[in-house]
Design a binder for this molecule. Structure first.
Ligand SMILES: [Zn+2]
Length: 251
């Protein structure tokens, strides 16, 4: 396995006919919400994520990525639920987010926009005052977070939630599968950005498998904590043990 140099990186991207991108936690914003009130946390997080500053280095890194991919056929799989990717220049038709999105909520059968409900919940909780008990807060959440279509309780539309509605991402997943089939025997550059071992069956393992079976593929793994590459891929893989966000921003 060779350590990744910038020239090598550009070469791999330039020579590729298609680019597969995986994005993980090292590419996610930290909304800086404390863990003090667990039930409320996702609401605060979802609201904080909407306060976007275009100066954020993650946004700049997304812009760099968009420029890098250019007009080449690409597909992006992201594990992140911050929803920022939808606000970048990347084509949403070429992105799948199987872990969901904190910008959406779901009951047991509908997926709806989170913003209006979330803001109402936060307002109601604020109105309870500082001395409100956990039980009061929980009661307010359950009363206020109701599906506008059927009135059933809502939770955020993320994979951690019980009863996660997979149909939220399945149409895009189907597109991704077809796209992936078309990469067979093509020069494919697999770019894995900050993907650790959370849900390894979604990106990390299948990306390695794709790199192994497509002999024209190259795998570029940029990861601060887990940059290791399996031995059997060593000839066509490059890795870099650093933050993918700062790497892209320095290109
Ligand atoms: Zn509903």
């Amino acid at each position: 396995m060779e350590p990744l140099k910038k020239e090598k990186f550009f070469q791999a991207v330039q020579e590729a006919q298609m680019i597969l991108v995986g994005i993980g936690r090292e590419f996610a914003p930290d909304p800086g919400i404390s863990q003090d009130q667990k039930e409320l946390q996702l609401y605060k997080e979802s609201a904080a994520l909407e306060e976007i500053s275009s100066g954020e280095e993650i946004f700049q890194a997304y812009a760099k990525l968009a420029k890098l991919l250019g007009h080449k056929p690409y597909f992006i799989v992201t594990l992140n639920t911050d929803g920022w990717i939808w606000k970048t220049e990347l084509n949403p038709e070429c992105v799948v987010a199987p872990c969901g999105d904190l910008g959406k909520m779901q009951c047991s059968e509908h997926i709806v926009e989170a913003a209006p409900i979330r803001d109402r919940v936060l307002e109601e909780v604020l109105r309870l005052g500082k001395d409100a008990s956990q039980a009061q807060i929980l009661d307010t959440l359950q009363r206020t977070a109701r599906c506008p279509k059927c009135g059933k309780p809502l939770v955020f539309h993320t994979v951690e939630q019980e009863g996660y509605l997979e149909e939220g991402y399945l149409p895009q997943w189907e597109k991704y599968r077809k796209w992936l089939q078309a990469t067979l025997n093509r020069k494919l550059c697999i770019l894995e950005l900050g993907v650790g071992f959370e849900y390894p069956q979604v990106i990390r393992w299948p990306f390695e498998k794709t790199a192994f079976y497509n002999k024209k593929a190259s795998l570029i793994r940029i990861n601060e904590r887990f940059p290791q590459i399996p031995e059997k891929l060593s000839e066509r893989a490059f890795s870099l043990g650093r933050s993918p966000v700062s790497f892209l921003n320095e290109l």
